[in-house]
Design a protein around this ligand. Structure first.
Ligand code: FAD
Length: 383
């Protein structure tokens, strides 16, 4: 049986109780960052859960981190404001030098440094990461970075950024995934010295931005691992990201199901609770079944990941099934509430917008289906 982390879940729920629906509603209205919430999570040690004890963290696994994010979402909040710290850190931990690890990880664990920005996506390359154009060119003991990232979330609320850039042009490498490198950039030093950040106003409150690099000079020792192997290093962390985000979706789904069930019991129309009608009951029950099934796959993926076993298929399936379950639950919850689902004060429309993201980011459903078709079922590569 998978460990359920009941103590961690209870502590997260207690912390989230201090940040009620009004808190998230107000932030969403103003499109502001949940600074107090992120500080509280950091001080409670929850954001350092995956950092090994020797670097000041709790040294727990992805299953524990998943429990934290799931509870945040099930409480009506949103962990996307700070989840990157959990999985981005893994690239530094697994591939960084000892100096990079001792320099960054203990400070990330205490909150002195925030590692919340992950710069991969670019406007022209889309999901085809091998076509990124941001380039880092070695010049003595520095690299000079030019290019642009898009949808770099939390860039304005992070001290460090993990940046993927081409160090060898795509047409000069044998394999298209080669020739990209990752850098751990000090954003405080880079700001206005070649790096500029422009917020993107989006459908959800996600603190997302465009980041421009114009002859930004970074020290060569910001390179993580070997030059040219950055894509592999980032891929390593993607299974963790998918498992964590699957649990955020499951948390959302649980929130929608609870909200819909409570309303369906209380709301009386035609002289009886609407939940007495099977037309209302069945979609709730169906969303519940889908959520529980996704939760099993997500738990399996986390267990494999924490055991150091390959878990690509499970992590991808968990992310897709959980995102589908949360979207199904969101639609059901809105429908159950009738017109009131659209009212801001019920929080459904906000969570509805927020959970829709997971059909697209960090990887879209189509790309997961392609992965399963090609890598699990052995069908021909389609792109
Ligand atoms: C709010 C938000 C926050 C984000 N945060 C970050 C972040 O912090 N860091 C970061 O690097 N990125 C971030 N992203 C980017 C996100 O990861 C990408 O948007 C996502 O990977 C999809 O890429 P794209 O938008 O370029 O879509 P495209 O690649 O242009 O794809 C568009 C559509 O076409 C489909 N498609 C493309 N190719 C195929 C194919 N071969 N077969 C079938 N369908 C295909 C896709 O599934 C998608 O539906 C964020 C995005 C959003 C919206």
């Amino acid at each position: 049986m998978t460990e359920t982390f009941d103590d961690i879940r209870a502590s997260v729920r207690a912390l989230c109780a201090d940040f009620p629906a009004e808190y998230w509603r107000e932030l969403d209205r103003e499109r502001t960052y949940p600074t107090d919430f992120v500080r509280a999570l950091t001080e409670a040690g929850f954001l350092g859960v995956l950092i090994p004890e020797e670097y000041g963290g709790s040294g727990l696994g992805v299953a524990a981190a998943s429990a934290i994010l799931e509870e945040i979402h099930a409480s009506g909040g949103n962990g996307a404001a700070c989840h990157a710290q959990m999985y981005v850190m893994g690239t530094v931990l697994r591939h960084g030098s000892e100096a990079q690890k001792t320099g960054a990880l203990p400070k990330i664990a205490t909150g002195e440094l925030r590692l919340q920005a992950f710069g991969v996506t670019e406007p022209t390359s889309g999901t085809d990461t091998t076509r990124i154009r941001t380039a880092a060119v070695r010049d003595g003991d520095e690299y000079v970075v030019n290019g642009q990232k898009v949808w770099t979330s939390r860039a304005e609320h992070s001290d460090l950024m993990l940046l993927l850039a081409r160090t060898t042009p795509r047409d000069k490498v044998e394999k298209r995934h080669d020739g990209m490198s990752v850098f751990l950039i000090d954003m405080r030093a880079a700001l206005d010295k070649g790096m500029t950040i422009k917020p993107i106003r989006a459908m959800i409150n996600h603190a997302t931005t465009e980041v421009f690099f114009d002859d930004l000079r970074i020290p060569a020792d910001t390179l993580i691992g070997d030059e040219g192997r950055g894509f592999r290093y980032i891929l390593d962390g993607m299974n963790a990201e998918r498992i964590l985000i699957a649990h955020e979706s499951i948390g959302d789904a649980r929130w929608f199901i609870q909200k819909a069930s409570d309303y369906a019991r209380d709301r009386v129309v035609f002289g009886r609770p609407i939940g007495q009608n099977q037309g209302i009951q069945f979609p709730i029950a169906r969303a519940y079944a889908a959520t529980e099934a996704a939760a099993l796959m997500a738990a399996k993926a986390a267990e494999l990941f924490d055991a150091g076993e390959p878990c690509g298929p499970e992590a991808n399936m968990a992310k897709m099934l959980a995102a589908d379950a949360s979207w199904q639950a969101a639609d059901m919850c809105l429908q159950t509430h009738g017109g009131y689902g659209f009212a801001e004060e019920y929080d459904i429309e906000r969570k509805f917008r927020e959970t829709r993201l997971y059909q697209v980011a960090p990887i879209s459903t189509n790309l997961i289906l392609s992965y399963i078709a090609e890598h699990v079922l052995g069908l021909p590569r389609s792109y």
